[in-house]
Design a protein. Structure first.
Length: 422
């Protein structure tokens, strides 16, 4: 048996990490749905599945080339590659499997980014509007932001601002901002039935999300070298300190740490360590997980006081956790952070990139949502009352009240016997 080449080993790592990233995408649907009820979990899973299918199709039709190919518009977008011809156009028997493996991994990352928006808006947006939104949103928002991160030679973030972002935290922040923009386009929400959390669904989804996001972190190295194990351990430590910090905040503010708080803390730590897992020591990974969880828990508590739902919880974690993770290496990265080098150049670059991606995503998603709202429609008008979480169908017009019995008629004649009505 021939010995595996280094390219084959790295390709196997990317294939495995890509599968874990897809697991995280579907874990998001169960996790968010478990916080809101079984019916909303089913709807969120449907939105993730449809959004992922559209994302994969658009990526193969040219989106992958627009993310990693040679520049079409310098620093913004690459040349589309229909059918992945740059990868599949060569002899499969004599070529390296690494390019195809990297393509599969990055397409899986785009799927999980779409899933973040899907689970946030599933309870508000119609499936038809969601499908059209993904078709417009992917080339207008995701591809320019992803090109800045994954096009290492020409991207506006990596090559232009020299941002440190190994796992695509800028794309995650843009996904959270896109969810906020689309929710703003929906307008004021109708009154929803009371939530009935499902701990079993929450636990299954949170565990899948935890494991799958570790695959995203390790796959960002794109090679099985000396840094990949350290990145995996750093992700473990960041998620662990995130769990403990969020539960501590809930114990202080709410007096009752819950399963949801533990899983949200793990997610906040993983999102924060995504950007800089390759340049932080294990101690700094623990600190960034704790700081991210503290910031996210505080913001989620403020959102809960404003009576927001689980959708905004995920938006807060992806936005706040992503920004904390981006700013942290500007302060503590080995060799280039402010503490180690004494200058703020990297910190300023990280902040500019994060805020630019966030504001751009919110603005464009809001405009797309408004365009859909006034054309094909965006939201469902009403929800069925008194049926728990089954709010997916519109309320039918109420029937007229039945006529009162004769004995209870208040306008009866004076001589009529009124004993039956007493």
């Amino acid at each position: 048996m021939a010995q595996a080449t280094p390219d084959q080993v790295d390709a196997l790592l990317l294939f495995f990490c890509g599968a874990l990233v897809l697991l995280a995408a579907f874990g998001l649907s169960f996790f968010s749905g478990g916080m809101a009820g079984r019916a909303r979990a089913t709807r969120a899973f449907r939105f993730v599945l449809v959004g992922g299918a559209v994302t994969i199709l658009l990526a193969v039709l040219g989106g992958y080339g627009a993310v990693t190919g040679r520049a079409l518009i310098p620093h913004l977008v690459g040349v589309p590659d229909p059918g992945l011809s740059a990868i599949t156009g060569v002899d499969p028997g004599g070529s390296s499997p690494y390019p195809a493996a990297r393509a599969g991994y990055l397409i899986a990352v785009l799927v999980v980014v779409t899933a973040i928006v899907a689970v946030a808006v599933a309870s508000r947006v119609t499936l038809r509007a969601w499908t059209v939104f993904v078709v417009l949103w992917l080339p207008l928002v995701v591809l320019p932001v992803a090109y800045g991160v994954f096009a290492l030679d020409d991207g506006w973030a990596i090559a232009g601002l020299h941002v440190v972002d190994f796992g695509g935290a800028l794309v995650v922040v843009a996904a959270g901002g896109s969810a906020v923009g689309l929710l703003l386009a929906c307008g004021r929400g109708e009154h929803l039935p009371p939530l009935s959390p499902r701990p079993a669904l929450m636990a299954i989804g949170g565990a899948a999300l935890w494991v799958g996001w570790l695959g995203l972190i390790v796959g960002s190295e794109a090679a099985l070298d000396a840094y990949a194990p350290l990145m995996a351990v750093g992700g473990f430590l960041a998620s662990a300190t995130g769990v403990l910090m969020w539960m501590l905040v809930d114990a202080v503010l709410l007096r009752r740490p819950t399963l949801g708080s533990a899983l949200c803390g793990a997610f906040a730590g993983l999102v924060a360590v995504t950007a800089a897992s390759g340049v932080l020591t294990l101690g700094w990974c623990m600190l960034v997980g704790a700081l991210s969880s503290l910031a996210c828990a505080t913001m989620v508590d403020l959102a809960a006081r404003a009576r927001s739902g689980p959708a905004l919880t995920l938006c807060v974690i992806t936005i706040v956790g992503g920004l904390v993770g981006l700013l942290f290496p500007g302060l503590f990265a080995t060799g280039s952070g402010m503490v180690d080098s004494g200058n703020f150049d990297l910190f300023i670059a990280q902040g500019i990139a994060g805020m630019a991606a966030l504001l751009y995503a919110v603005t464009v998603s809001l405009l797309i949502g408004l365009a859909l709202r006034f054309t094909i429609g965006l939201t469902r008008v009403r929800y069925r009352a008194g049926r728990g979480n089954s709010e997916t169908r519109p309320v039918r017009p109420e029937r007229s009240a039945p006529p009162r019995a004769r004995g209870t008629d208040r306008t009866a004649s004076p001589g009529q016997d009124r004993t039956a009505s007493d």
